[in-house]
Design a protein around this ligand. Sequence first.
Ligand SMILES: *Cc1c(COP(=O)(O)O)cnc(C)c1O
Length: 374
Amino acid sequence: MSRACAEVSLSAITHNLKLIKNKTDAQVLAVVKADAYGHGLLPVAIAAQAAGADWLGTALLEEAIELRKGGINKPIIAWLTPLGEDFKTAINLDIDLGVSSVELLEQIIDAAKAVKKIARVHLEVDTGMSRGGVLDEWDRLVASILAAVEAKQIKVIGIWSHFARADEPNEEMNQAQIKLFDEKIDLAVKAGINAQFLHIANTAASLSNKLSHKNIIRFGIGLYGLSPDVGNMGDSKSLGLKPAMKLKAKLNLVKSVSAGASVGYGGTAVTKSETKLGVVTLGYADGIPRNTNNLAGVFVDGNRAPIIGRVSMDQFVVDLGINSSAKTGDEVIVFGDGAAGEYTIDEWAKAAGTINYEIVTRIGPRVPRIYPRE
Ligand SMILES: *Cc1c(COP(=O)(O)O)cnc(C)c1O
């Protein structure tokens, strides 16, 4: 290993996919947006497809195109496509498109006419999150699609929505969203639109509410072995999930300092006693959160060494302790599944006041993703 790497266990991805397959009668869509939550788009998609994923899903169209060109032959949905995207290529590559506005629908119809091929779409209804999908315009959307369906320009493959609070399984809002979803589907059916697939569940709903599964579940964070909400739903282990990413780096330098040494920019930390410090070869430019505290750190030489001082752009400092035998050049584990005693992604998230999703997705492109043979 050179400076740093993120090791991704594809057998963990396989395990997590199979675990959810065994818990549902619905088809499983592996969510691989944002470079597979930082784990590497194609290797993860290929592993998920081999493990039985029925669908692949991305937010951005360019990632969906990369999947198709990379050999993924299962259905792929791209659900966040602003106006003006390359819908002709999407249709030619049999990429399903999420439709979140009447304006978008019009552009997709135009592209379908131009390439003389039926566009496969999934209509998005806003059931309460007030983010993507149409709300009051549902009737108008449904009405404006009928002619295009008739003219074989569009096929409505799915109708879908998204939960705002699925990671709080007892929240009443979840039931209200399902109810509204069902009502909107009824309206579409009455208007003559029969979508084969209905989907609303993310990982949290997939794990906690079978009634929400409909006939596709969109499995994201769980695929990577992480809990949607440690507090409400338990950690990876209690959910039977295996975290797939292990982040490694090196000690660029180990040095002894006396008590009272000021460490890092701003002098925000001062050593309490004589100790050894280790300089780790990763920084906020690599996605290490700048505002962490000593609740996170690295695992080296069989021990945890907490962060001391502020994280810099390319490096951060850990307190190894006076008795550490760690030396310049040693490899460290920044986070992993915790099995050896290393910090977990959840611990890093807590230390930085964020969620595990953000910790893994923002590991930057300077950090190579490695897929060890298992
Ligand atoms: C990201 C995303 C998901 C997956 O959510 P998880 O909580 O990671 O399972 C599902 N559906 C949509 C529309 C998303 O954007």
